[in-house]
Design a protein. Structure first.
Lengths: 99, 187
């Protein structure tokens, strides 16, 4: 059994990856929408996104829409793989406990 | 670091909850455009019917065609943001099925124009309420509210029935669409 992914396992980062993983591969979520989904504050979400971006798990795109700044976040292929592996690890723990 | 089974189960539950919330939020955002579009279409239809009752029947055919085409356009134009993109064209097909079944009942029962005015919105509200069983309670609330208002109008709106329906059905759908959009934006 492999170990947990230390970066993803933190509760808020787990929620972030879970939300982004629902999206289609090329799709992204706006910062404000993601904030609502995971129930974070601006600062808290920003800090966790930075950690995930440094690990190469999420991509952060900043752009202007109608002269307003917009931040869009998507899961990278590496991030999706890491998330899937972490979920598999969690299931393995539960399955091995039941045997 | 090693995890206990309880911690693992808690994490998986957390993941499932966020995934469900994300899908629901995206579904709301995606559906809002169709609600607003149909709200505008039926508002025009009822207002037109109030002032030009003789041309109302022909106008409704044109407006229904515009509604279906517009909804298909909106659904296909929206970016496929998530796995909820599966909703896409099935949303339009579901409306067409309801419309076809509606015509079967119209042919069998030959309702009066006033009965028709309350029959068609309720055919679609039935679809919305049933969809709400899967998509979220807000859909059910929208459908049931418009149904209640349209039935009230049928019995008590008198000569103002068409205008009542424009506000209750058209305005109701637009209000629901705006609320869905807001819920979709803010999670």
């Amino acid at each position: 059994m492999s170990g947990p992914n230390e970066i993803i396992h933190q509760s808020m980062r787990l929620k972030i990856m879970a939300a982004l993983n629902v999206l289609a591969p090329s799709a992204a979520l706006e910062f404000t929408r993601l904030r609502g989904l995971v129930g974070a504050t601006d600062g808290n979400l920003g800090a966790h996104l930075e950690t995930l971006a440094e690990a190469g798990y999420v991509a952060i795109e900043k752009r202007f829409v109608d002269r307003k700044p917009q931040t869009r976040i998507s899961a990278t292929a590496t991030g999706r793989r890491a998330f899937a592996e972490h979920v598999a690890y969690l299931r393995e723990i539960i399955d091995s406990d039941g045997q | 670091m090693s995890l206990k089974p309880d911690d693992a189960a808690a994490s998986l539950n957390e993941i499932a909850a966020v995934e469900q919330r994300t899908r629901r939020t995206l579904t709301y955002a995606r559906s809002s455009a169709c609600f607003i579009l149909w709200g505008a279409v039926v508002t025009v239809g009822y207002v037109f019917g109030h002032f030009f009752p003789l041309q109302a029947r022909a106008a409704w055919f044109v407006l229904f065609a515009c509604g279906f085409a517009g909804c298909a356009f909106v659904v296909m134009r929206l970016p496929r943001r998530a796995s909820v993109g599966r909703l896409d064209l099935r949303l339009v097909y579901a409306q067409l099925v309801l419309y076809a079944y509606g015509w079967v009942f119209v042919a069998l029962l030959s309702p009066t124009p006033r009965q028709l005015g309350v029959f068609w919105p309720n055919v679609f509200m039935l679809g919305i309420v049933i969809a709400g069983l899967w998509l979220g309670r807000f859909f059910m609330l929208c459908g049931l509210s418009v149904t209640a208002l349209s039935v009230l109008g049928f019995f008590w709106a008198g000569d103002w029935f068409d205008l009542w329906m424009a506000a209750a059905n058209g305005g109701g759908l637009i209000a629901c669409g705006l609320a869905l959009r807001r819920m979709g934006e803010h999670g």
